[in-house]
Design a binder for this molecule. Structure first.
Ligand SMILES: [Zn+2]
Ligand SMILES: [Zn+2]
Length: 278
């Protein structure tokens, strides 16, 4: 392998970056379509028992403060802006070099992946996807928590995202570039180095990761969403997990519900609160 293998950088850097962005755009517009079709209505909003104001009213106040357009543009910049391409390039160079020794294995896996009868390969891909999310959630947990615990990080970076106390999918990547690096870029790269997935599994994982992040900001609790995003899987965090984080943890220290995918790490480190409670 030469020092710079452009094809491998594209496979490990550019494709996953585009898959992650697609995960956001697909989920964001899917939710909009379900709203237009009246499948999702205010009836399905997550409601907080002691709230004096309707969720629609609270949501509209957020849009009055930071418009939909401003939030959406921020999402585009956070997902496919210069900072993300830089991280994609670093990831592409780093991962392609780390996995260059297992290229033969990857090729064999991907070749057999095309054979849908290969149940073993499918099982391997599924196992690696679950492990990726479990470890990514661990690193994300700490990338998120330190930004609440360290006053400088909270004030300069993470408080931007917490301006949106009642989130919608527009809030997903309304984040500072260094916030997304700590919560997404670094955790995803570290989990990948440990799990050693094929490039295909890594790209699928990037799509699912951003899709999950987007649906967790939707504000809806609907059976269709819970089935499609497999919220029924053991120890999965419900949409209310992150929604409650926005509602009750708009402050630095002592926040709750940091993780995204599973409730495991919040439970292990004592920061778990049942969705809907403070
Ligand atoms: Zn937070
Ligand atoms: Zn959020």
């Amino acid at each position: 392998m030469s020092l710079i293998d452009y094809e491998q950088i594209f496979v490990w850097g550019c494709l996953p970056l585009m898959a992650a962005a697609l995960g956001f755009f697909f989920t964001h517009f899917f939710v909009r379509v379900l709203e237009i079709m009246k499948v999702l209505t205010p009836q399905h909003f997550i409601i907080y028992k002691h709230s004096k104001e309707s969720r629609e009213s609270l949501r509209d106040k957020v849009f009055a403060k930071i418009s939909k357009k401003e939030q959406f543009v921020s999402n585009v910049l956070s997902l496919i802006g210069p900072a993300q391409w830089f991280i994609g390039l670093i990831a592409g160079i780093l991962l392609s070099h780390i996995f260059s020794s297992s290229t033969a294995d990857d090729l064999a896996t991907e070749k057999s992946f095309s054979n849908l009868n290969s149940q073993r390969t499918m099982a391997q891909v599924m196992f690696k996807l679950i492990m990726l999310h479990l470890l990514d959630d661990f690193f994300l947990y700490w990338g998120h928590r330190i930004q609440h615990e360290i006053p400088y990080m909270w004030k300069k970076w993470h408080s931007q995202h917490h301006q949106l106390q009642t989130p919608t999918t527009y809030a997903t990547a309304y984040v500072h570039d260094l916030d997304s690096t700590l919560q997404a870029g670094i955790p995803m790269i570290m989990a990948t180095i440990l799990v050693k997935p094929s490039s295909i599994a890594f790209t699928i994982y990037c799509f699912i990761r951003l899709s999950e992040n987007t649906i967790n900001h939707s504000g809806y609790d609907h059976p269709l969403i819970n089935v499609l995003w497999w919220k029924w899987f053991p120890l999965r965090a419900p949409i209310g997990h992150h929604d409650s984080h926005h509602r009750y943890s708009n402050h630095g220290k002592s926040a709750k519900n940091y993780a995204e995918f599973y409730i495991i790490w919040d439970w292990v480190f004592g920061t778990y609160r049942k969705a809907g409670t403070s």
